[in-house]
Design a protein around this ligand. Structure first.
Ligand SMILES: [Cu+2]
Length: 278
């Protein structure tokens, strides 16, 4: 009796924790869509879990002294009911997930007309080059290039055009709900719209060689005015170093800018050449 009472309390507590805990606000529209789906499925899964577990506990308790159990006889009505109920639940899960997949930020191909570069018209564009082993981000409109540091403005849609220098990589920003494979010789695209300022981690999510575990970067989301200041600062730093037009000036991870012909920049500004030289 004590066991079943403890279990009942545990169920009540678990239910209360789920119902009354409010998840943190999502950091992007992708993340919001994925979190909403998780929450929706949790509300369906929770009563089912409680029903199954309580039935199990009841059966264990009710028949605990039954030394000669008899096999269950055929019960077509019961079998049809549980098959149909399981089917209905699976259809619900499939349809819910399908609508999230149709979201133009989750599946950019569903976002409508794209321009020749592949990005969705009106989006800000960032060209991402994945190489062994690092990330290069080029902002064509501002003519700014950074290494290992992706800076984005809040509340603006952004399209990433993704290229790889040699092997398969995968762009993964868990907190923004972004994940897309990158193939050599192909351009793939990913989209997001950050809705919270902050600093997030970016990883490569595809085993790509011995340096794979070091292949990470920082994503910084700024207010529009701070972002504009950052772009201006990058451009000023590039022009001071006399490499504005070619776009080869390269900002290193700590935000300082070095000319492309410096030893540090030479090491990090030509990832494709470095990768192919192997
Ligand atoms: Cu990798």
């Amino acid at each position: 009796m004590r066991l079943s009472r403890s279990l009942a309390w545990l169920c009540v507590l678990a239910f209360g924790a789920v119902v009354f805990s409010s998840p943190a606000a999502a950091q992007s529209v992708n993340r919001a869509a994925i979190d909403d789906l998780n929450e929706q499925l949790l509300y369906v899964a929770l009563p089912l879990t409680l029903f199954v577990e309580l039935t199990l506990v009841y059966a264990i308790y009710r028949f605990r002294n039954n030394d000669r159990p008899k096999p269950t006889v055929d019960d077509p009505a019961l079998e049809i009911t549980w098959t149909a109920a399981t089917g209905a639940i699976l259809i619900f899960v499939g349809v819910s997930a399908f609508f999230v997949l149709l979201n133009p930020y989750i599946s950019p191909a569903a976002a409508g007309p794209t321009d020749t570069g592949g990005q969705v018209a009106d989006d800000m564009e960032v060209e991402v080059l994945a190489y062994q082993w690092g990330w290069e981000f080029h902002y064509p409109e501002a003519n700014v290039t950074t290494q290992s540091r992706l800076v984005l403005p809040k509340n603006e849609s952004v399209t990433f055009t993704l290229k790889s220098s040699r092997v398969i990589h995968s762009l993964y920003i868990p907190q923004l709900g972004v994940k897309q494979d990158i193939f050599p010789g192909q351009t793939t695209i990913a989209r997001t719209k950050p809705t919270q300022t902050g600093s997030y981690r970016l990883y490569c999510a595809e085993l790509c060689g011995s340096g794979h575990s070091r292949m990470d970067a920082t994503v910084v989301v700024l207010n529009q005015s701070d972002y504009d200041d950052w772009v201006e600062q990058q451009q000023r730093a590039s022009s001071t170093n006399g490499t504005t037009s070619s776009g080869t000036a390269t900002s290193s991870a700590n935000g300082t800018t070095t000319p492309a012909n410096g030893t540090e920049a030479a090491r990090i500004s030509a990832p494709a050449a470095r990768a192919h030289a192997r």
